[in-house]
Ligand binder design. Sequence first.
Ligand code: SF4
Length: 380
Amino acid sequence: MTTPRRDLLAYTLPELVDLLAMYTQPAFRAKQIYRQLYVNLVDDIQQMTDLPLALRSELAQHHAIGSLTYVRTVSADNQMTHKALFQLPTGEQIESVLMLYPDRATVCVSTQAGCAMGCTFCATGRLGLLRNLESHHIVEQVVWARRTLRSLQPSTAHTAPTQADASGDDWWGNDGGHPDALPQHLGNVVFMGMGEPFANYDRWWKAVECLHDPNGINIGARGLTVSTVGLVPGIKKLADAPYPINLAISLHAPNDALRSSMMPVNDRWNVDELLATTRAYITKTNRRVSFEYVLLQGQNDTPELAAELADKLQGMLCHVNLIPWNPVPGMPLGRSERQRVVAFQRVLQDAHVACTVRVERGMSIAAACGQLAGSVITGP
Ligand code: SF4
């Protein structure tokens, strides 16, 4: 029986240095490999022509590049949104979404196949947890995004990314775009696809380290955003993390009765505990936190609930993203009408709570928030 070849995307740079030491190779070879993997985006070890032929052959005996099987991509928004479906070696499927704007590119990646959190409005939640992704499965989704972005450029010439490409607080954006105005580099990665990143913390964080490494993909910390359903231990752990990446918390309701009816996780960590942990996180890191609030018609979108939310968030260094719910086939829920969204936003703004409405990308291809896994379930 042959041993499966290990994915080179599974190595952090220090791990690669250790691997090369086993081949009695100097440490600088690790940086060469990182550059080939993440800047030149090679998909075959033999394409690493700056490595000695013998080393390439030795590496290729036990290693490969990538392990996801690409199933299909669908595009929308005038070719500015691309959703890819991948299959893991163990058969489960995951999705990633690349969103292009004139001044930046953002990829939304999955951290688990399926999800155990069971949020009632989310397509992924219907799958249950199928498996945790390994760090290299997460990294490979970003490599796919970089390759896609490169393939869309009028010229195939490419250069190393700079962390200045990261767009900071405006990490999702609300503007449209045109294919003639393509960003050069992928500056933002949001961990908001399928799964709960903090339920797969160590593998997810290893992927973060790889993506952040200046010798590789080089995404600045401000270009990395993790979204959690509110796993308190994960928020506490992130407060001690070495890079100041952005934190987004899915809140969706200001009180326990409503939140528990939408998000079973609230029975474990309720609104007060979640917000107290968030305040402690902000105090410790001095970083602004985003709250995601999916608006469901007649459920959590009344002015009274907006006032309750504003009250709970008073004085907090935060920002609220209002997200009119994106329809998922078979879910008997409604997307809030525009005037209800505007009224909700006005209450928050009048109470001096920073707040924007996210205009979704990819709704027509089930690539918007909460829709991922729709195609896994229902097919194209
Ligand atoms: S919203 Fe996020 S945490 Fe909730 S079920 Fe969906 S993927 Fe899981």
